[in-house]
Design a binder for this molecule. Structure first.
Ligand code: P71
Length: 894
């Protein structure tokens, strides 16, 4: 059973969770037919058609070779994918599944003929075309409920003018057929000289069901079963908006050149040319890639696991449903058994009113009595699905309160229906989860344990030297690793590049002024560039720079400017077991003593970091920021924040300081920034971007001018700092998204969830869990390894071998050597950082991480230390290489 997604999130689409009052308003305006709601009025849109998350390769393909009209290269890609995946020789492209059906009916179904099939949903198309459509599904079947009743089919073949024998894979979303039945249907069709056509839009789900339930099929691969299904049919059709994860598109494939010739001649009439069939080139490209990806064993198993889990939760609560291959099909009449009329639309309206979830029947009114609650393929996380299920269960428990909709407009099609309603008094269901869905994804590494052991050895036991592609869950850093939103990408794409003053620059400055309250905003390519400039203009050689624990690049730039970093963080920060909630605080006593000893003029400025990285992502309290600022103002020492993780700090203030529980994140941030004179920011963290930084000053225009002098020389224009204009646009958009309370809470809660799982498993971590990372305490994890044999470095390596998770050493190796003694510093904190990228991983990933680390913890006694085989002079942790001491001993002895 898959225990986490075999991919990570590449880009997200933001979700609104409309309030109860908004939902009432929207529903009335939609005439109580949820079809009329738009996605922005909906919390979760439970429809699997054209709503799939796509792969990053599909997304990239959208920009390749569009609109060639004749002989397009995208069509060649599509043909190649069809040959490889489906195995048919000929492919006729169509604009979607309807286009394919149209070509088949107009070339192969003469008036008056009949088309027996196992699916009822086809009625929506064939009914209006006046094609008779006898149901040949075996209603007595219990496992393969989509199987054809062969006796019935035989009778029809013998008695009626059958045009084609139709089959649908996972018919109506609920009924799979078996390979045995498929072969028998084919034989029967052959015996009567008829063609078998299969609509395989859900062929993957059907193949998975066969793998699971048909005797002798368990060891076959999905890809194999899919090809057998296709090759057993004369004609195969597929809607691109289903299994191939596209937003539209379709194909019609066959091995028969004469049939293909018919389709080719017809396609130009209704669809487009035979080499694009009414699809844009980009759709063909995405379809080709989608076909190549759709049989991926891990991906299929993950999707089906999600579906089964969702169904099971509902079944366990007694909700009446049919298990679907892509979700739950609620039995509306049983769900609202006290109502006579309009049960489907009433159920849809009630669920929306209560929770904002949209689930609705489509097509012809009265075709069936189901409300499908479909899961958009790969787009939702289990936590979200659990909550959708809980909303349905909560409605089921209150079903007696629901009265029936009253029809005010009738129609044949569901989208035509309109109603009036008296709102039932339902208890609203509020979502409390990640406010985004998955838009595109990136597959993650799938090395075996043996391959990982070899990879870490080749990387000199340094996780910085591993290849990302070999990593399954990458917790090296939260820096530059965020998943951008579709809105950020749109802003990025829409930006007009300029080497002068861009609109994007002006917008970013305005936004940052609003967020920080600081007047002078200077873009830099990333954080260390801002640190370089600040250090150079504000530090006189020999001056002290007190700060709340060092960060590697920050301290290095202070030293390069001739400054001396002095740690004035509270003592609790150095104690991984202390539960003090504000371990990021500056110890005002230490600071006063320092100033008393050296005089204020010897202090360049205070380097005050939010959510202190090296301490474990620990916050400073609002009171501490106030007190430090008050004191420093009184003695004329400037305070500069490292505001890299200021939103996370604000979130922890909201969580831990009673007085701020109801204060919005953006207001907490604004107050925090009041207590400083400026800041450096690595935008690659809280700003939700992959590159960028800023240097800001509250009001000191002279300092800002000095900084710009350096910027022009070292970085780029004063209006871009060396960033692309497009990156500025992504920053501005990210600044808004990071301040969404729902987002930042879900982010910090995810980190805390990982912390809790590890604590529950008895793994020693720095407490309390911080905001961006969980830090393992290597001294307690591996007490038998001396610090000069780098327990944290070894632990990070072992975690990779055990689980494919990449972490980062933050201990003796990172701290370096004391230049005077030449000895390692042996810092009090010897940690392994598990850093959570923003919007990239799900809680199922977190669970897998915790379980893997718990396994390492169980075998901790067998783990040995490391020795340097190569040690660079500066920032040695990046490039250092090691060898296990056990191996070296072995070598020396042998
Ligand atoms: C992190 C990073 C990236 C990093 C940097 C150096 C060594 C290892 C990893 C970067 C920060 C940071 C703080 C608080 C400034 C920077 C430098 N963090 N301040 O945590 O955390 O910013 O990378 O944009 O230049 O993995 P920059």
């Amino acid at each position: 059973m898959a225990d986490h997604e075999p991919h990570k999130i590449k880009t997200v689409r933001l979700l609104d969770f409309p309030t109860y009052d908004q939902r009432k308003k929207y529903l009335a305006a939609a005439h109580f037919n949820v079809f009329n709601l738009t996605p922005s009025q909906v919390a979760f849109d439970m429809c699997s058609f054209g709503t799939s998350a796509s792969s990053q390769e599909q997304l990239a393909g959208q920009l390749i070779g569009d609109e060639a009209y004749a002989g397009s290269r995208n069509f060649e890609a599509l043909e190649g994918a069809v040959h490889q995946v489906l195995g048919h020789t000929y492919v006729c492209p169509t604009h979607n599944g309807l286009g394919a059906t149209k070509l088949v009916t107009s070339t192969m179904v003469p008036p008056g003929s009949v088309l027996p099939s196992n699916a009822r949903t086809k009625l929506d198309v064939l009914g209006p075309m006046k094609i008779r459509y006898p149901d040949v599904r075996d209603h007595g079947a219990t496992v393969f409920t989509g199987n054809v009743d062969l006796t019935k089919l035989k009778t029809i073949l013998g008695a009626e003018p059958v045009a084609l024998v139709g089959l649908q894979a996972f018919a109506d979303g609920q009924n799979p057929f078996s390979l045995a039945n498929l072969r028998a249907v084919r034989a029967l069709a052959d015996a009567h000289g008829k063609r078998l056509i299969c609509d395989g839009s859900r062929v993957i789900e059907n193949a998975w069901f066969i793998q699971r339930h048909e005797p002798g099929q368990a060891d076959r691969r999905i890809a194999d079963i899919v090809q057998q299904i296709v090759k057993t049919c004369h004609i195969f059709q597929l809607d691109g908006a289903q299994d191939p994860k596209c937003n539209t598109g379709g194909i019609l494939t066959t091995d028969n050149p004469d049939d293909h010739e018919k389709f080719r001649n017809e396609v130009v009439v209704f669809e487009g040319l035979h080499t694009y069939g009414g699809m844009a080139g980009r759709t063909m490209e995405a379809l080709a890639r989608g076909l190549l990806e759709m049989c991926d064993e891990d991906e299929v198993h993950w999707v089906m696991h999600q579906t089964e889990r969702f169904n099971q939760r509902l079944v366990d609560a007694g909700v009446p449903l049919e298990r679907g291959c892509d979700g739950a099909y609620l039995r509306a009449d049983a769900f609202l058994s006290h109502l006579d009329d309009h049960t489907q639309d009433t159920l849809s309206a009630a669920l929306y009113l209560m929770s904002g979830v949209r689930a609705t029947a489509h097509g012809l009114a009265g075709r069936d009595r189901m409300v499908p609650v479909q899961i958009p393929r790969l787009a939702m996380m289990n936590e979200q699905l659990d909550q959708v299920a809980d909303a349905i269960i909560a409605l089921f428990e209150q079903r007696d309160l629901v009265h029936a909709l009253k029809a005010t407009r009738e129609g044949h099609w569901r989208d035509q229906l309109e109603y009036h309603w008296v709102y039932p008094d339902l208890e609203p269901y509020d979502f409390d989860t990640f406010p985004y869905e998955i838009h595109t994804l990136e597959k993650v590494g799938v090395l075996t344990r043996g391959q990982r052991r070899e990879a870490i050895r080749a990387a000199g036991y340094n996780t910085f030297l591993l290849k990302s592609a070999d990593v399954t869950i990458d917790l090296l850093t939260d820096s530059g690793t965020s998943a951008m939103s579709a809105d950020q990408w749109a802003a990025y794409d829409g930006a007009r590049a300029s080497a002068t003053t861009s609109d994007e620059y002006l917008a970013m400055v305005a936004k940052l002024r609003e967020v920080t309250g600081y007047q002078h905003i200077i873009p830099t390519h990333q954080g260390r560039a801002a640190e370089h400039i600040l250090s150079q203009i504000c530090i006189e050689p020999g001056q002290l720079v007190p700060g709340n624990m060092y960060f590697t690049t920050t301290k290095l730039h202070q030293e390069l400017a001739g400054g001396v970093f002095v740690d004035v963080i509270v003592d609790e920060a150095h104690d991984p077991e202390s539960d003090f909630p504000w371990k990021g605080n500056i110890d005002l006593g230490k600071l006063r003593t320092l100033v008393g000893e050296h005089g204020a003029s010897e202090i360049a400025y205070i380097s005050f970091e939010h959510s202190v990285n090296m301490a474990g992502g620990q916050p400073a309290s609002m009171d501490n920021m106030k007190e430090v600022y008050e004191y420093c103002s009184s003695v004329d020492i400037p305070v500069f924040f490292d505001a890299t993780r200021f939103v996370e700090n604000a979130c922890l203030i909201q969580q831990r300081d009673e007085r701020y529980r109801e204060t919005r994140i953006r207001d907490i941030v604004a107050e925090m920034m009041l207590y400083g004179d400026g800041c450096t920011v690595s935008g690659k963290k809280d700003f939700l971007i992959n590159i960028g930084g800023v240097l800001c000053f509250r009001e000191d225009g002279d300092l800002a001018e000095e900084a710009r002098e350096m910027l022009r020389v070292y970085e780029g224009n004063v209006t871009d700092g060396g960033l692309a204009t497009a990156d500025l646009a992504a920053i501005t958009r990210g600044l808004e998204e990071m301040l969404d309370d729902r987002y930042i809470r879900s982010r910090v809660r995810q980190t805390q969830y990982l912390g809790k799982l590890l604590l529950d498993a008895g793994v020693p971590i720095v407490t309390p869990p911080g905001s961006h990372a969980i830090f393992l305490d290597a001294k307690r994890f591996l007490p038998h390894i001396d610090q000069d044999q780098f327990p944290a470095q070894r632990l990070a390596a072992e975690i990779f071998v055990e689980t494919g998770v990449r972490a980062m050493e933050r201990g003796n190796v990172s701290k370096g050597r004391n230049p005077e003694t030449g000895e390692n510093y042996r810092p009090p904190l010897e940690l392994v950082r598990l850093t959570i990228p923003r919007r990239v991983y799900t809680n199922d990933h977190m669970r897998a991480v915790a379980e893997g680390i718990a396994r390492v913890h169980e075998r901790r006694e067998e783990i040995r230390g490391l020795a340097f085989v190569y040690e660079p002079e500066k920032l040695r942790f990046f490039q250092a290489r090691f060898e296990p001491v056990d191996a070296m001993l072995g070598r020396h002895e042998g």
